[in-house]
Design a binder for this molecule. Structure first.
Ligand code: FRU
Length: 493
């Protein structure tokens, strides 16, 4: 079947079920989620012809992973989004079992997508697969044609490189040359990345294995992304299968970054340790782009592989994080929500100088789809918690807390409702005993930016519709210097 016909079948499926899905009380109002069916990684995040585009791994025919399509949405301001028709469907011999993750680059006023064509060659999904790299092109940013020269990279290079796990091309241009980094692993299952270069986007020369993991660094590195930021080359990626170490690496797979130097002559990347991008439960496969203001913006899948996803009962699964600007500060990456999200703020409620000793609720501070900004003075408090999505009848609550004796910030979703449970911690030291939180709730998610993006924690939660309370709790006296809350209404069509 031709690409267009396969796309049409998928689009028909979406039209049939999108009404049902939109009634799901867990469906987000201002985060990108599939209109119908399954989503995983963001793909092709780009700024093209004055608009932001994001694509995503998508299976429109069920709320479970399957042959991958590329869903698509665009935005003028990173706050309000519009769904577009599915961009890529698995339709050719070389991608018949999935158009896997990849990236987008604008070249001569056209949007080029680079993706991995996946084909199963037998029953063993870990071994019996063939992955090749492909191109699709669009003039209008909506309709994409797969290139006749596909696949442009037909097999993994020789050497200590696994022949089949070879995917997720991220392409960028430096001077007159295009570079492509790919996720890979050694034959002995150590994660690594491969570097290619090309003058014309079709002939790709393998340069080098840019970096290989040692020790506890995962059996496969997925979705690599290399970019320059403030004098450093950052490698963003998602290693599979790292073991927990203290407060790090507690999810099934990790996503994070290294700071280093990329040598454009040799294709070798030298780097420091792997750091977490987010200390919560649900961030995977982050991808970055740079916009016309030179901002480096990252968006990620807001789920984790093999997690319970109760929204599947409602014929959909998965969501993306908010877009976050990353900057280098004091040798670390900071992530802040893009300021354009302020466009979504409605019905402000504000309190100043509120004392909390024990438990407190504030009139109007509640909701399931809100932004909350808090400045907290911890001077006389040993422990402060904010409980979100609370419900006195059922006891549901999602708890964020800070313990001054251990300097640990904690996200606890043990009583959040349906779905996965658990606790995550991140060490935070306070300046002048002040804790600043910016929290985004959107029907089934929590993102908390701690101390102006110094650390971030993200997680999916599945409370009852009626669980909308917010409570402040302190052991000792806390002063809420400032509490601001805004409602957010639907901003994705
Ligand atoms: C990461 C990933 C990618 C792959 C895609 C398939 O989550 O496993 O490596 O391209 O998902 O959907």
């Amino acid at each position: 079947m031709k690409h267009q016909e396969v796309l049409k079948q998928a689009q028909d499926k979406i039209d049939e079920l999108k009404e049902t899905v939109s009634n799901s009380h867990w469906y987000p109002k201002y985060h990108i989620a599939p209109q119908v069916g399954w989503m995983n990684d963001p793909n092709g995040f780009s700024y093209f012809a004055g608009e932001y585009h994001v694509f995503f791994q998508h299976h429109p025919f069920s709320p479970h992973w399957g042959p991958m399509y590329w869903g698509h949405a665009k935005s003028k301001n990173l706050a309000t989004w519009e769904h577009l028709p599915i961009a890529l469907a698995p339709s050719e011999e070389y991608d018949k079992d999935g158009c896997f993750s990849g990236s987008a680059v604008e070249i001569d006023n056209k949007l080029y997508l680079f993706y991995t064509g996946n084909v199963w060659t037998g029953e063993d999904r870990d071994h019996d697969l063939k992955q090749v790299q492909c191109v699709a092109i669009s003039e209008d940013g909506v309709h994409f044609e797969k290139d006749e020269k596909n696949p442009v990279i037909t097999s993994a290079p020789e050497g200590d490189i696994h022949p089949f796990h070879f995917r997720d091309p991220k392409v960028w241009k430096k001077d007159e040359t295009y570079y492509m980094v790919l996720g890979s692993k050694t034959k002995e299952n150590r994660g690594q990345i491969l570097l290619y270069r090309s003058k014309d986007l079709y002939e790709w020369e393998f340069m080098n294995i840019a970096a290989t993991g040692e020790g506890n660094f995962g059996f496969m590195w997925e979705c690599p992304d290399i970019f320059h930021l403030d004098g450093h080359d950052i490698l963003l990626m998602s290693p599979q299968g790292m073991k927990p170490e203290e407060h790090k690496y507690h999810n099934l797979h990790q996503s994070g970054y290294c700071i280093g130097h990329f040598d454009y002559e040799t294709g070798i990347y030298q780097h420091g340790p792997f750091e977490m991008l987010d200390y919560g439960f649900d961030v995977y496969a982050p991808q970055s782009t740079i916009d016309d203001q030179g901002r480096r913006i990252v968006i990620a899948w807001m789920n984790m592989w093999e997690s319970d996803m109760p929204e599947q009962q409602h014929e959909w699964a998965g969501s993306l994080t908010l877009p976050r600007i990353v900057t280098m500060e004091n040798g670390e990456l900071r992530s802040r929500p893009v300021p354009e999200l302020e466009l979504l703020r409605e019905e402000e409620i504000k309190y100043e100088n509120i004392k909390v000793a024990g438990q407190k609720e504030l009139d109007g501070i509640k909701g399931s789809c809100i932004e909350l900004k808090l400045s907290i003075d911890m001077m006389d408090s040993s422990m402060f918690s904010i409980k979100l999505r609370t419900n006195p009848e059922s006891g549901e609550e999602t708890v964020l807390s800070y313990d001054s004796s251990t300097n640990l910030f904690t996200f606890n979703r043990d009583k959040s409702g349906a779905g996965p449970r658990g606790v995550r911690h991140v060490p935070i030291s306070l300046n002048n005993n002040k804790l600043h939180l910016q929290i985004f709730l959107d029907q089934s998610s929590v993102e908390v930016f701690i101390n102006d993006g110094e650390k971030v924690m993200t997680g999916r939660i599945y409370p009852d519709e009626k669980s909308t309370g917010v409570q402040f709790i302190s052991e000792g006296d806390v002063t809420l210097d400032m509490v601001e809350k805004w409602n957010i209404s639907k901003s994705i069509r």
